[in-house]
Design a protein around this ligand. Sequence first.
Ligand SMILES: Nc1nc2c(ncn2[C@@H]2O[C@H](COP(=O)(O)OP(=O)(O)OP(=O)(O)O)[C@@H](O)[C@H]2O)c(=O)[nH]1
Length: 205
Amino acid sequence: MSALALPPGLILAGGRSSRMGTEKALLDLGDQPLLAHVARRLAPQVSVVKLNAPPGFPAPLALPLLPDTLAGQLGPLAGVLAGLGHLQPGETHLLTVPCDSPFFPLDLAARLRAQADDENSIVVAASDGRLHPVFCLWPRAIAEDLQDWLADPDNRRIQAFLRRHRMVTVDFSLIDTPEGTIDPFLNINTPEDLETARRFAGLLA
Ligand SMILES: Nc1nc2c(ncn2[C@@H]2O[C@H](COP(=O)(O)OP(=O)(O)OP(=O)(O)O)[C@@H](O)[C@H]2O)c(=O)[nH]1
């Protein structure tokens, strides 16, 4: 087991859900909204679950709300910055997950923490040859650089930011089920994605 203590967790829900056409975090999957599934999966893996979303977001759960501190829909990195800004003394890292991926691994945090070998590396999940940079363990040490980076409105892309830092990737397996194979990082952006996710809802029980 890693020496790194359980980090705080932040659910990123500050996006526009334009492909879904309605706030995707609040859509039901089985008997609960997507956001509730994500929070339930995250809670045992972190010290506290917080929510990055706009002020007044109608969350179906009582979670500490951290709105973006920078104006202008700057993408998920703005949420990461808000989360890093609320780290408490002694907390060295922040774990982020998006609001639209309810199947992420139950050992996500443990495996990312095990690779957090210094105070500066960003540890990112991957599967099937793809990076999933919103599933990430962010060290506090990058906060200042992130603030500076986001001051330029052209700098929104997570992967471009990651290239400025030492990055460690952790590869996760696809999940085979009787309904077919699913990527644990499947994210639900469209009504069609939601239909796909409903086929695999048994994994959430
Ligand atoms: N804080 C914050 N999070 C964002 C922002 N844009 C996207 N996100 C989050 O980043 C993650 C990935 O976002 P996307 O699914 O690519 O974008 P989205 O805006 O949610 O959805 P689309 O409008 O359909 O692209 C999700 O968890 C979003 O909530 C933003 O401007 N601020």
